[in-house]
Write a protein that binds this ligand. Structure first.
Ligand code: GLA
Ligand code: ZN
Length: 654
């Protein structure tokens, strides 16, 4: 397992590079990332390239066998470019040009920006793509599906729509533009959504625009990657993301890239009892390419700068959260950042070395991590194999953000509830695209499949027909592919597989009611109640209140060789735990019972050996008694009992 750091040579004196490279080598740092914001140093004026400093930086660090992750600097065009070509700056949904002065303001469709972006990327690729010191490339930084409304973007959006729908009539029909006299009589009338609340705007337009901006981000990243691959087809190329409001479709974004990478900043809580787990995000990023990934930026200290500072990472968290990422499929973890900035807007987003320049408690812990990581080489050839998959649909995510369904309803919460329930029993969980291959899973959870996608629907049917166990939930089958409602009983296309239909629904928001399952257990429900009428299904749980008391709330249907469950409401964690436990029992997925609160278990395998990761995501020590003695690869001995320190990790060979 490789540990690396993010570094900004342009922010430090060369004497510091020297000292830093020595200390990194001594500490066991294997990789260093630089360049993503350094365009003004690489091209101080139009066409005047200066690579000497970068050559020097590369050789300073690679001399110690530290591999370089080289970034393309396109996130931050230099000011001369903004000055010469003001229209490379994005225009926001309010029609105003965004003010420069921070970063990431370039419009990724603007021709002059693209001209320069390609030129600098090509120049870097020509100079470094075959340099053995370069371990990988990062394109840009945390790309988003920017809602830019500049003229270029407007025109491209129109072309994108015409390309997809052929004619203006078709667009009018797909958007249902007879509502509120929204019909286009000329293509120039098509405009991106405005700054008004999305809920007031045409939902079809809004969804198509999300798809368009997402395609733009994916195209930009993939085009830049091709420039590098042209110089060296074997170059390893990625881009780093975090989860944002303007999130592109990650499945498309990473299509042409070699691996996914994620910027991992687990939230720091003072009382471990309330510790939030970042395991969902980690599984989500692994699911993007369904293979191991990198952490490109990892929590190193208190966060802050544009927000008040967070608490400092508690003892164990620097090391523990990096190991947690490995437990979920990260092979490389790069820390953001080696040094805390002393200048610029980000000086309070702490790195490993504080302003004081005196190695701190956190740095000591990082040193321990580097040492420990070297013992984990057997893990490098392993990956997670999961029995359970949860579907994530970018379409549903966008569409729910356009039209919130009920107070408190959150699409990702639907996924998270199942994720934490299965995780409580130590299951590996994949989070996958709705069109991913499902044949290897014993159970597939498809929460809120809101927007119709023919391939996804067929995928789901095929899975159940062949014997799979499927779980669907409320707000499935609601919309057609253009975000319009469908004139059929819900859940429309999924009625047959679930063997039930929705007679009526009740959006109860934050109000709480009860459901009772077949065994008599009562659980709270909230937000949404689908009142079901069963055709071939049987009731798993019924409502216990309101005028629909006694009507089915959760159903179970045998369909061909498989089984399909439908949960018509939203419950609290206890329901999902009980339900997932039953699903695991039915499908023969092994369950670990009585794991102490906060202890997370995942397994990585190379086909011959399984390695079980026990991570204690709490501030209390935890004890685990193993069913038999197992070999700990961290301390190299057989163990029957594990004592996990707060945020501690143990890895045993099964
Ligand atoms: C993001 C960015 C970094 C930095 C960090 C911390 O993840 O990619 O450049 O800004 O946040 O603030
Ligand atoms: Zn634009």
């Amino acid at each position: 397992m490789r540990i690396g750091v993010d570094y900004y040579p342009e922010q430090w004196d060369r004497s510091i590079w020297q000292a830093d490279s020595d200390l990194m080598a001594k500490t066991g740092v294997k990789l260093i990332r630089f360049g993503e914001f350094s365009w003004s140093r690489l091209e101080p004026s139009d066409g005047q390239f200066e690579f000497q400093w970068l050559d020097d930086a590369i050789s300073t660090f690679s001399r110690h066998a530290i591999g370089i992750v080289l970034c393309t600097p396109t996130n931050c065009p230099p000011l001369w470019m903004y000055e010469t070509y003001p229209d490379i700056t994005q225009i926001g949904p309010d029609g105003r040009r965004i003010q420069t002065g921070i970063r990431a303001h370039r419009c990724i469709n603007a021709p002059m920006f693209l001209y320069y972006a390609k030129r600098i990327t090509e120049a870097l690729a020509k100079r470094y793509a075959n340099n053995p010191a370069i371990a990988a490339w990062q394109i840009d930084n945390e790309i988003e599906a920017y809602p830019c409304t500049c003229e270029v973007c407007c025109n491209q959006f129109r072309d994108w729509l015409i390309d997809k729908h052929d004619t203006l009539e078709n667009i009018n029909a797909a958007f249902g533009n007879s509502v509120w006299s929204g019909e286009y009589s000329d293509i120039s009338q098509i405009k991106p959504p405005t700054a008004y609340s999305k809920a007031w705007q045409n939902p079809s337009l809004c969804l198509e625009y999300s798809r368009f901006t997402s395609d733009c981000a994916a195209k930009f990243i993939n085009d830049m990657s091709l420039i590098i691959k042209r110089e060296n087809p074997k170059a390893k190329v990625t881009t780093n993301i975090c989860f944002t409001e303007n999130q592109p479709d990650l499945y498309k974004l990473y299509e042409g890239l070699d691996f996914a990478s994620y910027d991992n900043y687990p939230q720091i809580t003072i009382s471990g009892d309330k510790a939030v787990s970042h395991s969902f995000e980690l599984d989500m990023i692994r699911g993007v390419k369904q293979k191991n990934f990198w952490i490109m930026e990892q929590l190193s200290g208190p966060t802050g700068s544009w927000e008040p500072m967070s608490p400092t990472p508690r003892p164990g968290q620097i090391k523990g959260y990096a190991m947690q990422a490995m437990a979920h499929g990260a092979d490389t973890v790069m820390f953001f950042r080696w040094r805390t900035a002393i200048t610029g807007a980000e000086m309070f987003w702490h790195g490993l070395i504080d302003h004081s320049n005196v190695p701190s408690r956190r740095f000591k812990e990082f040193t321990e991590l580097c040492k420990e990581a070297q013992k984990l080489s057997v893990i490098e050839t392993t990956e997670l194999v999961s029995d359970v998959a949860i579907m994530y649909s970018p379409d549903a995510h966008w569409a729910f953000s356009i039209q919130p369904q009920t107070e408190g309803f959150d699409y990702l919460e639907q996924l998270r509830s199942f994720h934490s329930a299965f995780a409580r029993y130590g299951a590996n969980i994949d989070i996958i695209a709705p069109t991913a291959d499902l044949t290897k899973y014993k159970a597939v959870i498809a929460p809120a499949m809101y927007v119709y996608d023919k391939n996804a629907a067929e995928n789901i049917y095929r899975y159940v027909i062949k014997g799979g166990t499927l779980v669907m939930t409320a707000r499935s089958g609601v919309k057609d592919q253009f975000n319009n409602c469908i004139m059929e009983p819900l859940p429309t296309v999924f009625r047959e597989v679930i063997g039930a239909e929705v007679k009526e629904y009740d959006s109860i928001g934050r109000h709480e009611q009860n459901i009772k399952d077949f065994a008599g257990n009562v659980f709270k429900c909230r937000q949404w109640c689908d009142i079901l009428e069963l055709t071939t299904a049987r009731a798993y749980a019924e409502y216990n209140d309101s005028f629909y008391s006694g009507s089915p709330a959760v159903s179970m249907n045998r369909y061909c060789s498989g089984v399909a469950y439908y949960i018509g409401t939203v419950c609290n964690a206890d329901f999902y735990e009980s339900f997932s436990g039953n699903i695991m029992k039915q499908t023969g997925i092994p369950r670990l019972r009585d794991l102490p609160t906060g202890v997370e278990v995942t397994t990585r395998t190379n086909g011959l050996d399984d390695y079980i990761f026990f991570f204690n995501n709490s501030d209390k020590e935890a004890e685990i008694v193993l069913p038999k003695a197992m070999f700990s690869i961290i301390d190299g001995s057989d163990r029957e009992k594990l004592s996990l320190k707060p945020y501690g990790m143990e890895i045993v060979r099964k």
